[in-house]
Design a protein around this ligand. Structure first.
Ligand SMILES: Nc1ncnc2c1ncn2[C@@H]1O[C@H](COP(=O)(O)OP(=O)(O)OP(=O)(O)O)[C@@H](O)[C@H]1O
Length: 599
């Protein structure tokens, strides 16, 4: 319980004198001032409400006693009212100084009281005769009695006042403490306010800076938008120019290809691949220039070839030395692949004796460095059609894989080894193979999956010179259908990639191997005959003499850009076969054909 409150007087029902009322008001002001009240709340002190709490009962009792004595005093008709209304009201010069105000109010109340007592108004008494000493004595006795009563009453009031003063001192001390606390809080708040003000200034400065930056950026954005519009127009123009140039470039490339000849021949010499092969004696090979190769049968150590050795020189479109990489080889081939994308038929076939590097050149291995021409071709096709999308070209790519084994045509995507598919000639569509699976290819990975399956199904056996000799001619056909969304132009190109079986002597083979070898040699010799007929411009070209030439009819003598790769081994023991291959390739190089672009 608040001690100050308990000592405040309870609201009296007896009317109080002004002095008493002032004191009560002062007490009310002191007790009504909340502990946490700030300076602004103190301004209401003069209008504070009458005290009515139960806790004020004690103080009220004392006030009541004093009031009664004051009433006694006031009962005297001569009792003088002291002070005007304005002078008795607690007027605070400084509302913040609560303690000072209370003190001054108490002081004024006490002064008023003394004034009231000091100046009692005499009641009019009947005059006592001068001789009436007894009456005078009685009158004096009565006065004396009243003075004693007044004295007692004042003494009592003094005690009350003293107690009140003590209470008020306590209140004042507490309030002073509270004021000090509030001052401390105020100073903390002021410091905080100063800090926050400083932060606020910083933030305002930052906001202004950001506002300025925002304005600059808005301006820049406006400029950029204008630039974007300009750039878009330029890009559109450049796209049109690019499309035009691209078409021109492709036309020029194809013209260059045409000028180079529609049947071209590349020669590739393979390197020895292991220690055993390094030990073997090699032919003497001289690369005269990038398209001419000179070859002699022997290469005695540290000597030049014997003058008696027959010297044979062959010229092709390009000669690739032993050190040539798959990548270097593909650079030349890639121009033909571009032609296929532009709607031409292209045929690439690798020819050579067994073990000369045909499968390595066409297929290669999974290692990216050794990747062969077939996977590189599909890679290039997908790269190119991706670029051509900018020129509004849409392409669809399909692939089929077949082999001709012992004069039977087999689908390499079908593992049934007893198949014999039929080769058909259609007037409109040219050569087709019945029931051959043609798969839609959407990516390189897609193609790789089918290629691996085909590789697995291909007939392979060990020969004297190759542990994994291909015993069949394998034909990978990639068809590219292109359509331009803008011009509505469309065409179909194709690439036949042929890995021929290797020619070899039938002497060392027996049984099944012998039949295979005979069939291989027969079809290769038909190929030679066909090429010679084409070279001699014979009226009849015996395409139908073998499944291979029948299948490749349009590629060899018809509407196709053809590349023959003649692979040779560098060894002395294979010199004869190498010369045969080189001679045949020379004849092929002289064949001239006329081709046109597909619609
Ligand atoms: N340019 C080359 N660089 C490195 N290795 C090669 C190269 N050419 C061929 N080889 C390797 O020589 C070996 C025989 O080559 P490949 O199998 O390609 O001959 P092939 O002509 O296809 O034989 P076949 O007609 O019997 O199938 C293989 O091990 C192959 O990896």
């Amino acid at each position: 319980m608040d001690p100050t409150k308990s000592k405040l007087p309870k609201k009296s029902k007896i009317p109080l004198t002004e002095v008493q009322q002032n004191m009560v008001k002062a007490a009310q002001i002191a007790s009504a001032t909340p502990r946490t009240t700030g300076p602004s709340q103190n301004r209401n002190i003069p209008g504070t409400a009458t005290i009515s709490t139960a806790s004020n009962r004690n103080t009220h009792g004392k006030f009541l006693r004093r009031s009664r004595s004051m009433v006694n005093l006031g009962a005297n008709p001569t009792h003088k009212r002291v002070g005007t209304e304005s002078s008795t009201k607690p007027v605070f010069k400084n509302p913040n100084n609560v303690a000072g105000n209370i003190k001054s109010t108490l002081k004024r109340a006490a002064t008023n009281k003394l004034e009231t007592i000091a100046e009692p108004k005499e009641a009019k008494q009947p005059k006592i005769a001068a001789w009436d000493f007894k009456g005078k004595y009685k009158e004096l006795q009565e006065k004396h009695k009243k003075l004693i009563e007044t004295y007692c009453s004042l003494k009592e009031q003094c005690a009350d006042t003293e107690e009140m003063r003590k209470n008020y001192d306590e209140i004042i001390a507490r309030k002073d403490g509270e004021i000090n606390d509030l001052k401390t809080r105020l100073s903390i708040l002021e410091t905080e306010y100063t800090n926050i003000s400083a932060i606020n200034i910083n933030i305002t400065t930052k906001c202004n800076e950001l506002d300025n930056e925002n304005k600059i950026l808005k301006n820049e954005l406006g400029n950029s938008n204008n630039m974007c519009v300009d750039l878009e127009t330029t890009i559109e123009k450049l796209k049109r120019d690019y499309m035009l140039n691209e078409t021109l470039k492709r036309q020029l490339q194809n013209t260059i290809q045409d000028l180079k000849g529609n049947i071209r021949v590349f020669c590739r010499v393979r390197p020895p691949i292991n220690e055993a092969e390094n030990e073997k004696s090699k032919c003497w090979i001289n690369y005269v220039n990038e398209s001419t190769i000179e070859i002699r049968p022997t290469q005695p150590p540290n000597t030049t070839p014997k003058s008696t050795d027959p010297k044979l020189e062959f010229t092709f479109d390009q000669v690739f030395q032993e050190s040539a990489t798959q990548e270097e080889f593909f650079v030349e081939l890639s121009q033909l692949v571009q032609s296929a994308i532009d709607g031409y038929n292209v045929c690439v076939f690798a020819y050579g004796q067994t073990g000369s590097g045909k499968t390595y050149t066409m297929q290669g291995s999974e290692n990216p460095v050794h990747m062969g021409m077939i996977p590189r071709t599909i890679n290039l096709i997908f790269d190119t059609i991706k670029d051509l999308k900018n020129c509004k070209w849409q392409y669809e790519v399909t692939a089929s894989f077949l082999e001709i084994y012992n004069e039977n045509v087999r689908d390499l995507l079908d593992s049934d080894t007893n198949q014999n598919l039929e080769i058909l000639y259609n007037d409109g569509r040219g050569i087709t193979v019945s029931n051959l699976k043609v798969e839609k290819i959407c990516s390189f990975r897609d193609f790789e999956k089918y290629m691996k399956k085909a590789q697995k199904n291909r007939a392979v056996a060990a020969t004297d010179v190759n542990q994994h000799s291909s015993r069949s001619h394998a034909v990978t056909k990639i068809t590219i259908n292109g359509k331009n969304e803008e011009t509505n132009v469309s065409w179909t190109g194709s690439v036949n990639l042929v890995d021929l079986a290797g020619s070899e002597s039938a002497k060392t083979n027996q049984g099944a191997r012998l039949t295979e070898t005979k069939n291989i040699n027969k079809s290769l010799s038909t190929l030679q005959t066909v090429m010679l007929s084409l070279h001699n411009k014979d009226k009849h070209v015996p395409y139908r003499n073998s499944k291979l030439t029948y299948l490749l009819q349009s590629s060899l003598g018809g509407n196709s850009k053809t590349l023959m790769i003649v692979n040779i081994s560098p060894f002395e023991e294979t010199y004869g076969e190498s010369i045969n291959s080189l001679r045949f390739a020379s004849k092929v190089k002289e064949v001239k054909t006329k081709i046109k672009k597909n619609k």
